[in-house]
Design a protein around this ligand. Structure first.
Ligand SMILES: [Zn+2]
Length: 77
């Protein structure tokens, strides 16, 4: 919210059950390449499966206006 990237005060980010992951370029700037973001999602999905942690990915949220590919959240057990 401080960065203006979110307008949602009621968020799983606030309870610590969600995280947004962005790739950075060599200068540390956010890199908006969708392919790179999909690679992060694939890596996180694999790690979650290996560890047996149920997660949901913002890239699959239904009804979300602009799929939130950077968002990863713990799923309800
Ligand atoms: Zn998020």
């Amino acid at each position: 919210m401080a960065w203006g990237w979110s307008r949602t005060p009621e968020s799983p980010h606030r309870t610590g059950s969600a995280v947004d992951l962005w790739p950075l370029d060599r200068e540390g700037r956010v890199f908006f390449d969708p392919q790179t973001r999909n690679r992060i999602a694939a890596a996180l999905r694999k790690a979650a499966a290996d560890l047996g942690v149920p997660t949901c990915w913002g890239g699959r949220f239904r009804g979300f206006k602009d799929m939130d590919r950077s968002h990863f959240e713990l799923a309800a057990p």
